[in-house]
Design a protein around this ligand. Structure first.
Ligand code: PAF
Length: 283
């Protein structure tokens, strides 16, 4: 059974023995409501590292007033079961007063310009909240490697950049998005989708596939094809954009790219992305 730590000292006590034995430690950070996407992160961690810590902390700092913090799914018993089934060594599940003992932190990590666009434009302050808690959880868990999903592409880019810019001693490992058989990218928020929404939600994946198919004809063609797919289904599109994976800047040339989409399905806002090659006739 996976051990549970609720406090910093319980976490420290658990990892002290591992450090002494020279074992490599991985962390998989989550906000709970674990699903097969998290299980994949854990499996990847277990393949490479001797000890795996999963953090389960619903971080209030990354939710703006009026967002879904209050209704975010809380499924601790099932999360612990998944961790146990996947062989996780420790589930670190602190409350807000353990992570932020002095209340909301005055000093935070600033995500910079990439934190203000796309998801950051829709959710002001979100990425400062994400990076602040990720930095704190990295300090507390002190892992050799941290595993994050490509599903949250902008978050992943910002975490990797923070690790470089702030010289954090950890290797970030990115793990491809896990999808249901029908293509829907797994997300804890999929729980909000009622039956009719779910069918519409598949449009995001179809839009990305359409974009991918058109990518050999250039950036504009890829974006247009994805937008056309979304328009046909009637979902409210927030953005469809191609970015350079290195800089996360919008790109209109050719080369490796990430095609990102955000759309509202019912009352749920969903995001998805695919990595592709633009131009030169290749996928
Ligand atoms: O991706 C998430 O679940 C969260 O943003 C993270 C990285 C655990 C930080 O709270």
């Amino acid at each position: 059974m996976t051990a549970v730590a609720r406090t910093r000292s319980q976490l420290e006590a658990a990892r002290a023995g591992w450090t002494e034995a020279g074992e490599s430690i991985a962390v998989v950070m989550t906000m709970g409501a674990l699903h097969a996407g998290h299980a994949e992160l854990i499996r990847r961690a277990r393949e490479r590292d001797e000890r795996v810590i999963v953090t389960d902390f619903l971080n209030p700092l990354q939710f703006a007033p009026g967002e879904d913090l209050d209704k975010y799914p809380r499924t601790f018993a099932a999360d612990l079961e998944l961790c146990t089934a996947e062989g996780v060594d420790l589930l670190f599940a602190p409350g807000p007063s353990e992570v932020y003992p002095a209340g909301d932190p005055i000093v935070r990590v600033a995500a910079g310009p990439v934190g203000d666009v796309l998801e950051g434009e829709a959710r002001p302050g979100h990425f400062d909240g994400v990076l602040t808690v990720v930095a704190k959880l990295l300090h507390l868990t002190a892992p050799h490697r941290a595993y994050f999903g490509q599903k949250d592409a902008q978050q992943l880019w910002l975490i990797k950049q923070m690790v470089v810019d702030l010289d954090l001693p950890v290797e970030v490992v990115e793990v491809p998005t896990v999808r249901d058989d029908d293509g829907l990218a797994l997300s804890s928020r999929n729980i909000y989708l009622v039956e009719a929404d779910r069918a519409q939600a598949l449009t995001l994946h179809r839009a990305l596939e359409a974009g991918e198919s058109a990518a050999s004809n250039g950036a504009a063609a890829a974006v247009a094809a994805a937008k056309a797919e979304l328009a046909e289904s009637g979902v409210k599109c927030d953005y469809v954009v191609l970015v350079d994976p290195e800089s996360f800047a919008a790109m209109d040339g050719s080369g490796q790219a990430i095609l990102l989409v955000a759309a509202h399905v019912g009352s749920t806002r969903l995001i998805d992305n695919v990595r592709l090659r633009v131009g030169s006739g290749h996928r």
